[in-house]
Each structure stands twice: as structure tokens, then as C-alpha cells.
Write a protein of this length. Structure first.
Length: 201
């Protein structure tokens, strides 16, 4: 379980293919063998993965074919920066919103508008995901918890403050770039329950 409050960034240092699985090594100042253990969960650009090894200042994870198919991981290269969030501790404040690290789909940046010191990003997304994205609701973008400010038939907008732009990889986004999207789990359950009630009636 995560909250979408990114704790830091890591840099991809190595990829290795193994029968369709991609083994990824990431250099990070916040994930180390002293404070974390093999087998712990870590959110990488919003994707929940398991730490499988430590090597010097790097840690390793394995991305399965399903993960590669549903996310932007197939676009990562050596040197790519990624957002990192360790799993939520029970004793921590619940900032952001509940994220499972299970990516629903990807979206594409279609427009970036500067407003004062902030930026408003418009994302184009498959219309079948729009029932789970509502104005003033929450959405996870590359692992970052954000508030939806506006929605359309197949697009939505979020506004990023300077802190988010500087402390996460979202500040490096440009038009045409793909991002990982996790819609609100509560919204998914609500839509599913409404459909089942309608079918029952």
C-alpha cells in the first residue's frame, strides 16, 4: 500500500532480459540494505515491485511481462529517472490517497500550460477509464498522488505546484510522453457495485 507521496528519485543503471522478465537495477540514496530488506515492496513510477537484491548503492527488482505490457517500463533506459516510494508504514500520516501500485493504463501528455509558478498538464487517456476519473477526485500519475482539476470525454487535467515539479520526475514531462496511471480504487468499486445493482434490477 502506498500514498502517492514520492520520497525521492532513483536512476536506472542496468537492464537485463531473462525469458521475458526484465531485471532492473536502480541507484538510490533512499533505498539501501540497512533500512530495507529483500522481499519488501517499493513503488517505482507507481508500479508496486519487490526488492530482489542489493548491490553497492543499487537495488534490484524484476518486472514481469504483464507489468511491461501495462506500463511505461518498456520505455525506460539506462540513466532514466524514476519516482520512488517505500510501502506505507502503519505509524505514518496518511497523506495523498491510497494507491496499490497496480497500474490500470497509460496516458499521454497532450498539453502543458504554465499558470503563474504552477503548470497544468492535460493527459489523453482511453475513454473506458474515464468513469474512474472525476473532477476533484484523486489519480496516481507515475506514482504521484494528484487532484483532478478538470475532465472531458477522453482527457483530464491536473495542476502541479513547483515542489512537485522539482521533487518528482513529472517536472521533466513533455508533450507526447506516456505516464503510468492508477485510478482511484474507491471509484472502481463504486462503479462496479452500481453496474451490479443495475443488472440485478
Amino acid at each position: 500500500m502506498f500514498t502517492g507521496i514520492v520520497k525521492g528519485q532513483g536512476k536506472v543503471v542496468q537492464f537485463q532480459e531473462d525469458h521475458g522478465t526484465k531485471q532492473i537495477r536502480i541507484a538510490s540514496k533512499i533505498i539501501n540494505s540497512k533500512d530495507f530488506s529483500i522481499g519488501e515492496s517499493i513503488s517505482i513510477n507507481g508500479v508496486c515491485l519487490t526488492i530482489t537484491k542489493f548491490q553497492n548503492n543499487d537495488f534490484g527488482v524484476d518486472a514481469m511481462p504483464e507489468t511491461l505490457r501495462r506500463t511505461t517500463f518498456d520505455e525506460l533506459q539506462s540513466g532514466s529517472l524514476v519516482n520512488l516510494e517505500p510501502a506505507l508504514k502503519v505509524t505514518e500520516r496518511l497523506n495523498g490517497h491510497f494507491l496499490l501500485g497496480h497500474i490500470d493504463t497509460t496516458a499521454v501528455v497532450s498539453n502543458i500550460e504554465k499558470q503563474s509558478t504552477s503548470k497544468v498538464f492535460t493527459f489523453k487517456i482511453n475513454s473506458n477509464q474515464m468513469p474512474f476519473i472525476v473532477e476533484k477526485g484523486s489519480v496516481g500519475i507515475n506514482g504521484v498522488s494528484l487532484t483532478v482539476v478538470s475532465v472531458g470525454a477522453d482527457w483530464f487535467q491536473v495542476a502541479l505546484i513547483p515542489y512537485t515539479l522539482s521533487e518528482t520526475t513529472l517536472g521533466n514531462l513533455a508533450c507526447g510522453k506516456r505516464v503510468n496511471i492508477e485510478t482511484d480504487i474507491l471509484g472502481k468499486y463504486a462503479v462496479k457495485m452500481n453496474k451490479e445493482v443495475a443488472n440485478y434490477e
